[in-house]
Ligand binder design. Structure first.
Ligand code: F6R
Length: 608
């Protein structure tokens, strides 16, 4: 969703704001804008298109003088991506400028009310009502204008506010969605993500829902909903700015694919102590674990696909029933969940609105919630009873890669831990699983190394019409993710199908123009998937097989082959997804797509 940045300090604000915006562009990239306060007035430039366009219009921000301001990169919700709908939005007499991430649900009623009073709206956005309300409620006291305005708003929002008459002062408000304050020396900041701040400070405050903050260059004051000052702790960001830069790669996505061995190691290694899985800040007795009659894994998109893999692995190892549920469905399903349910919420960003809502719904019904999250201090991490952080480092490309594989790593760790605690895997089997977990980072590296020909295959197949990814069991779960990766960055339609299901209907779509990607890494099901390969080949389709390294039978069945190194088969989703990530990347590259910022998508989906 949208990204916001605020700066107040001693240097020219606009270049700092644009730098922050560039690092937030993964959150939304249809338009961008910046406003600075200068000698009692607000100077604003905003434009349709990328942050680079805004930078050109403002000479890298140098054209806008002033040491306090706001900036925004937009992912359109209300109103098309146009110059006028771009943020910031000004109040009627130009006294206030506002940037906003989220949705004001009652904006139509507020707009009608303001229009009846004679206010003329310039944009189609929900945000503009906020600017007009601020001007209406301002009587010389900024805090009370912000509080009175916030009290009128319904929905999910993070706001940044600057007033022409309050030199050096900014306000930000959080009702849902990420908001982080950065503490500098003689300068202070806020932003939607720490990546926008780390080049200037690593000391941050994570804001909670219902809080607002007042920033001047020297001071940060956080208030609760009633306006009372609240004490907040300062956290220290542990990674460097290099982690959020491309490091010589053409795209963040490729950099993040290549970072996977390290990211998976960072997730797994700290949790293995003395040959046992142990989590920091999360433990349970055997009785507690046995008190759950089921586990529900909930998430969206790729994180949901990781959850589907988790379901197979946990059920197999622990013999506990596991449901994997899309968060957007679970929240409205009147779920059968109580204190005997362990909920596992999976999210890279920790800010996905549907996942948060599903968690709240289930936790209200008594479920204990364990979150698997990458972003430290995010909403999901703070809402959950316990957290397993994935330690993948910042993921900037919109299409997740290391986010997904580290979620798998965390779910595998959980499965092995639970199997050990329940006595379902002991002795040699347990030790073998631990060794297999520890081998995963090198196997992911091998998966990258084995598939250097994937670029050639992608270039050969890049003009595909529509294709199928098929697999059984864990291969099917991995097929879902392989298909999603291709679709989202190359815009080629594809569908993941449980291989045995194809013949019941969709085989009608198979003809000589179709490519079928067949995932064949479950040895017990190899003959079954071979039958499905033959069914589609008999109808003219071409087949790209994904098979374990050294499997020679696949050459007789598939037209082309990608490889997954052999390891513990239960963990094969992690190694077989790597060539499919690379396949999606090179197909998208061959088709000239904007790989890191695919159209219509945003990295962190903070609206329903
Ligand atoms: C796809 C992708 C999305 C996310 C989904 C959930 O590549 O990244 O499908 O997986 O939006 O996001 P998180 O994990 O941040 O909750």
């Amino acid at each position: 969703m949208c990204g916001i940045v605020g700066y107040t300090g001693h240097v020219q604000a606009a270049p700092v704001l644009l730098d922050g915006l560039r690092r937030l562009e993964y959150r939304g990239y249809d338009s961008a804008g910046v406003v600075v306060q200068d000698e009692g007035a607000l100077k604003m430039v905003k434009a349709n298109g990328a942050v680079s366009h805004l930078a050109e219009l403002t000479g890298g921000g140098r054209a806008l003088e002033g040491v306090c301001g706001l900036a925004h990169t937009r992912w359109a919700t209300h109103g098309a991506p146009t110059d006028t709908n771009a943020h910031p939005h000004l109040s009627e007499h130009g006294l206030f400028a506002v940037v906003h991430n989220g949705i004001i649900e009652n904006f139509a009623a507020l707009r009608a009310e303001l229009e009846a009073e004679g206010v003329v709206f310039r944009s189609e956005t929900d945000t503009e009502v906020v600017a007009h309300l601020l001007e209406r409620y301002y009587d010389g006291e900024l805090k009370s204008a912000v509080m009175r305005t916030a009290a009128r708003l319904e929905g999910s929002y993070v706001l940044g506010v600057v007033c022409a008459r309050e030199p050096g002062k900014l306000f930000c408000v959080k009702e849902a969605g990420p908001l982080i304050i950065g503490l500098g020396v003689g300068e202070n900041f806020f932003a939607s993500d720490v990546t926008a701040l780390v080049s200037r400070t690593k000391n941050v405050i994570y804001m909670d829902d219902g809080e607002m903050a007042e920033l001047t260059p020297e001071r940060i004051t956080v208030y609760d909903r009633t306006g009372r000052e609240t004490a907040k702790s300062v956290s220290h960001v542990v990674w460097d700015i290099e982690a959020a830069e491309k490091g010589g790669y053409e795209h963040f996505m490729m950099k993040e694919i290549m970072e996977q061995p390290r990211a998976v190691r960072n997730t797994i290694e700290p949790r293995i102590r003395g040959g046992q899985v142990e989590f920091e800040g999360f433990s349970m007795t055997r009785e507690e674990l046995e008190s759950f009659d089921k586990i529900v894994i909930t998430a969206c998109g790729s994180a949901y696909h990781a959850g589907v893999v988790g379901k197979y692995v946990i059920e197999k190892l622990c013999r506990i029933p596991v449901e994997a549920e899309l968060a957007s469905e679970l929240r409205y399903s009147d779920p059968i969940i109580d204190e005997h349910t362990l909920l596992i919420a999976v999210s890279q960003s920790g800010e996905t609105a549907d996942t948060i809502a599903a968690m709240r719904e289930c936790m209200e019904r008594g479920a204990r919630c364990l979150a698997i999250v990458n972003v430290v201090g995010s909403t999901i991490a703070r809402l959950a009873d316990n957290v397993i952080y994935t330690h993948a480092g910042p993921e900037i490309a919109v299409a997740t890669t290391k986010g997904y594989t580290t979620q798998l790593a965390a779910l595998y760790l959980f499965a092995v831990w639970a199997a050990g605690l329940l006595g379902r895997a002991g002795g040699e089997r347990y030790d073998g699983l631990i060794a297999s977990l520890r081998a995963l980072p090198s196997l992911v590296q091998r998966s990258i190394d084995l598939n250097v020909h994937v670029k050639y295959l992608a270039e050969r197949w890049h003009e595909l019409g529509s294709l199928f990814f098929i697999g059984r069991n864990i291969d099917y779960a991995a097929a879902m993710e392989g298909s999603l990766k291709l679709k989202e960055i190359s815009y080629i339609h594809s569908e993941a199908y449980a291989a045995g299901e194809l013949k019941h209907d969709t085989i009608a779509l198979i003809d000589e123009k179709r490519l079928v990607v067949a995932l064949c890494c479950q040895s017990a099901l190899f003959d079954k998937i071979v039958s499905n390969i033959r069914e589609v080949k008999a109808r003219g389709a071409k087949v790209l097989g994904v098979a374990p390294e050294g499997n020679r039978r696949i050459f007789a069945e598939a037209d082309d082959v990608l490889f997954a190194p052999r390891g513990e088969e239960l963990f094969s989703a992690m190694t077989e997804i790597v060539p499919l990530q690379l396949f999606a990347y090179y197909v998208a590259a061959a088709n000239g797509c904007d790989i890191d910022k695919p159209r219509n998508l945003a990295k962190s989906v903070t609206v329903e």
